[in-house]
Design a protein around this ligand. Structure first.
Ligand code: GLU
Length: 324
């Protein structure tokens, strides 16, 4: 078992109550801490998901082509799903609240914010002329596909990999971010890649692509499923798991919260992020793709990257749109 002062302090505190632990980690008080609220997320199904073989039957990056120029904000075409959203007065976004930098609760404002949230706010701006016309529903990773499919949210922006298995149930926008899976270990670990973690417990969120990918590593790390990645971080800090493996984006946010952790190895998967929507109104997917086209071209994407991810360097070129 790893030993260092912070972990053992944390483990002792945990015995006194998870809430206290989470408040310590978040370095703030009150119930508005991003991690504290994780505990209220409904648990994922008790059974761990099976390891799915990758489905390569499609090009998951290819979305629906925009139908032409964007309508003016506030003037959505009659009969379209965008007009329905406009009449309702708000866009409903499904996302996480514990993914630092992409969608996490700001402990000072209580608002969920990040790169993913801004992607959806830009869609709201295109519909209403006002990015604040958005309602955020916090959903578990394992509810991203079903929430988009059944219409309980209009759109999911939640570090969600566009893949062929998911395309069977939802439409994805064009790709707005290129992530890849890496591994977070204790800073004193000798491991250099996920291959070095054979027989070790490696945590990922239920319903995430990472969970399946851990199970596919030849040296056989032991995948451990938790409802959300915030729960993985707590499990790691309590020595319940040896490592966490997920997208580099999510790990960067975790490493920023734990001085005794480090991220190792190259990206060993490609995780292209798309926003998920119901297949029942494809005009909305085309509309969202037109918004992304505009924002790639006019510098909005780069400005959003700088705002949330600027600490990692200058913005790369935005992912190029592909259409079917
Ligand atoms: N991009 C992943 C997914 O859509 C989320 C992170 C992960 O898998 O660990 O499932």
């Amino acid at each position: 078992m790893r030993r260092h002062p912070m972990r053992s302090a944390i483990t002792r505190l945990a015995a006194a109550g998870t809430a206290a632990l989470l408040l310590l980690l978040a370095g703030c008080s009150g119930d508005s801490s991003p991690l504290a609220r994780t505990t209220s997320k409904p648990p994922a199904s008790a059974a761990a998901p099976a390891h799915a073989a990758p489905d390569t039957s499609c090009n998951p990056r290819a979305s629906l082509r925009p139908a032409g120029a964007l309508p003016a904000p506030g003037h959505m075409p009659a009969g379209s799903y965008m007009a329905k959203i406009q009449a309702r007065g708000r866009l409903v976004l499904g996302t996480s609240q514990d993914t630092l930098l992409f969608s996490s609760r700001n402990p000072f404002t209580g608002k969920v914010e990040g790169f993913d949230v801004d992607m959806a706010r830009q869609v709201a701006a295109a519909i209403f002329g006002d990015p604040d016309r958005i309602q955020i529903k916090v959903i578990g990773y394992d509810k991203r596909v079903s929430s988009a499919r059944d219409g309980s949210v209009d759109i999911v922006a939640d570090t969600m990999t566009a893949n062929c298995a998911r395309w069977k149930d939802v439409n994805f926008s064009s790709i707005y971010y290129e992530a890849g899976q890496r591994v977070l270990v204790s800073s004193d670990s000798k491991a250099r890649t996920i291959q070095d973690l054979g027989g070790k417990r490696v945590c990922a969120a239920s319903g995430s692509t990472s969970y399946d990918n851990i199970g596919a590593v030849a040296t056989k790390p032991i995948p451990v499923a938790k409802p959300a990645f915030g729960d993985c971080l707590v499990a790691f800090q309590q020595n319940e798991v040896d490592a966490i493996s997920t997208d580099d984006t999510i790990l960067a946010g975790m490493a920023a919260q734990d001085p005794y952790a480090k991220v190792i190895g190259p990206k060993f998967t490609q995780e292209p992020y798309g926003m998920a929507m119901s297949q029942e109104h494809p005009e909305f997917t085309r509309f969202v793709n037109a918004v992304l086209e505009k924002n790639r071209a006019d510098g909005t994407w780069a400005a959003t990257y700088k705002k949330w991810l600027g600490a990692f360097g200058a913005p790369p070129a935005p992912p190029k749109a592909e259409y079917r």
